[in-house]
Design a binder for this molecule. Structure first.
Ligand code: VG1
Ligand code: CO
Length: 544
């Protein structure tokens, strides 16, 4: 046993994990004991055997290396036998999920605040993933939080920082620490899933793309796979070097923060496909030449064409989507005769369904798509599946989208975000909605009449756990809807998300402007929730 140092501490308020781990300003994480309290709380409550392996990696943002060095010392003091850490402290979120699974680790610490900006004055985050490679479910995050309320000491060892940049194995107070190649295992996994030969042939015959890594974690992964293994020319990947502050940008792959990519794709020099990924590599943006694909549509289109990818041929068990994600995927599930599941927001709710073999592909409207190959959403995976489908079918993104809508109809969809609003106003808005639920059915707002209004509650079909209050749903007669929820990933004030959806059948207008198709729903959302009255805002900050 190493000499263990016991450091006295006290509980620190505000360590409740949100939608995806604990996210705070870097300055908050830099307070004495803040990160240590949380990490020790994890080690105190999570399941593991003697001799357990822990995976550690992050998205490379400011403060990543500092926390990794401390976490390694704490792991040694807490009885772990082995730590696997990505070179330079880098592991994308899906790559970390893969490493946990591949090497039989008991879990992992994923250090990321995802699409939130990075740097000394921006955001940092810590998330714990369990042995299946997925985010800890609510039972575990709840136990971690409870522990942060009573913690009185954390454990460490007297050991210097290790060289995170040198691949190889070192000992830290008797615990083995392996610095591993961040990319190789992940790239090998992708090669087992997709028809790389077909994609290589398409590239050789002129398929072009741009991948914007947004100066975040996917740069090295995209270069190795797209330029290295698939033969896209050098320069296909732009902003490919991970920076601690993401070059001062939000590494959020949407039409606002990936504006340059969007403009390229709408212009006359557009390549066949444009794609981007977020801070930690689990989100994806897909834009064809002249055609943006909403994440909800992307899930449906990928599911409908998943047969093109060798690893999925003949084994699509089911499709899961988060509640606010559009119902486009449900129509595909119905047509294919496979299971269809609606979960609360956050990837942790997909884990049980994937483990039980009930679903093969999952997605969220927030640009997350993934499958049972890991237990996280996976940005590059989605891009590669799109490339695989385009290569095998020999069609463009736009053609594929039009064919899809002609067969299934189209779910016009948008999300309006009101960011950094006052907590009091946000709570008043949600409380007002809850209080009005019983009286809404039958009421009309402009052209729309409410059919059903409820607060979404989910019972996990595998373990029976219940998660309540997962968003307010207003379903209108005719099938359109509005959903309201508060974000669980922000670090300042509250963020209100309003999700808008309107389905048009195959005989309707399948190529209209989204804003126009949602005008009635937008007006109804304001009338029902009093957004301006409660938030002081007359327009959303971000529309995706
Ligand atoms: C957001 C998204 C949600 C996603 C979560 C984590 O959560 O809406 O779909 O799972 O971020 O994604 P919220 O609570 O802010 O709406 V990531 O790429 O930030 O790890
Ligand atoms: Co992310």
């Amino acid at each position: 046993m190493p000499d263990i140092i016991t450091v006295a501490t006290q509980p620190i308020a505000g360590q409740k994990p949100g939608t995806s781990g604990l996210r705070k300003k870097v300055k908050v994480f830099q307070q004495p004991n803040f990160a240590e309290n949380f990490i020790q709380s994890v080690f105190d409550v999570v399941e593991r055997d003697e001799g357990a392996t822990l995976v550690i990696g992050g998205d490379g943002r400011f403060h990543n290396r500092t926390v990794i060095q401390q976490a390694i010392r704490m792991a040694a003091a807490n009885g772990y036998a082995r730590v696997l850490v990505g070179q330079g402290g880098i592991l994308s979120t899906p790559a970390a999920s893969n490493v946990i699974r591949k090497y039989g680790a008991s879990g992992g610490l994923v250090l990321s605040a995802s699409h939130n900006p990075g740097g000394p004055d921006e955001d940092f985050g810590i998330k714990y993933n369990i042995a299946n490679g997925g985010p800890a479910p609510e039972g575990v995050t709840g136990a971690i939080y409870e522990r942060t309320l009573t913690i009185d000491r954390w454990l460490s060892v007297d050991a210097p920082d290790i060289d995170l940049d040198a691949i190889g194995t070192v000992s830290v107070a008797g615990m083995s620490v392996e610095v591993i190649d961040s990319v190789a295992d992940y790239a090998d996994l992708m090669e087992t899933l997709f028809d790389f030969d077909a994609i290589r042939k398409a590239v050789a015959s002129g398929l072009t793309m741009r991948f914007d890594a947004m100066s975040a974690v996917t740069g090295p992964y995209a270069r190795e796979i797209l330029e290295g293994r698939l033969g896209f020319p050098a320069g296909t990947v732009v902003n490919g070097t991970p920076l601690e502050d993401f070059g001062g940008h939000h590494p959020d792959p949407n039409l606002i923060h990936a504006r340059e990519l969007y403009e390229l794709m709408m212009g006359s020099d557009a390549p066949d496909i444009g794609a981007a990924s977020d801070g930690d590599g689990d989100r994806n943006l897909i834009i064809g030449r002249g055609r943006f694909i909403t994440p909800s549509d992307s899930l449906a289109m990928l599911a409908a064409n998943i047969e093109c990818a060798p690893a999925y041929k003949g084994r699509l068990a089911g499709i899961a989507r988060s509640m606010p994600t559009s119902a486009a995927a449900d129509r595909v599930a119905e047509a294919l005769g496979v299971g269809c599941f609606e979960t609360p927001t956050g990837w942790k709710f997909f884990g049980n369904l994937l483990d039980a073999g009930k679903v093969t592909i999952c997605g969220e409207e927030s640009a997350g798509t993934g499958s049972d190959h890991v237990r996280e959403k996976d940005g590059l995976w989605a891009v590669l599946l799109w490339l695989n489908i385009l290569a095998v079918r020999g069609i463009s993104v736009d053609e594929l989208a039009r064919m899809h809508w002609a067969r299934f109809g189209r779910n016009y969809y948008a999300r309006h975000d009101y960011e950094g609003i006052e907590n009091a106003g946000a709570d008043a808005l949600m409380d007002g909605l809850k209080a009005a639920l019983a009286t809404l059915p039958g009421q009309s707002f402009g052209a729309l009449t409410v059919a059903v209004a409820d607060s979404f509650s989910y019972t996990d079909p595998v373990d029976g756990s219940v998660s309540e209050n997962q968003g307010i749903r207003i379903l209108f007669e005719g099938g359109s809807r509005v959903v309201f929820r508060l974000s669980g990933t922000g670090t300042q004030g509250a963020t209100l998300r309003v999700y808008l959806e309107n389905y048009v059948g195959t005989d309707g207008d399948l190529d209209a402007e989204t804003g126009a198709m949602l005008a009635d729903q937008i007006a109804a959302a304001e009338a029902i929730a009093g957004i301006t009255r409660n938030t002081g805002r007359t327009a959303p900050d971000v529309i995706t």
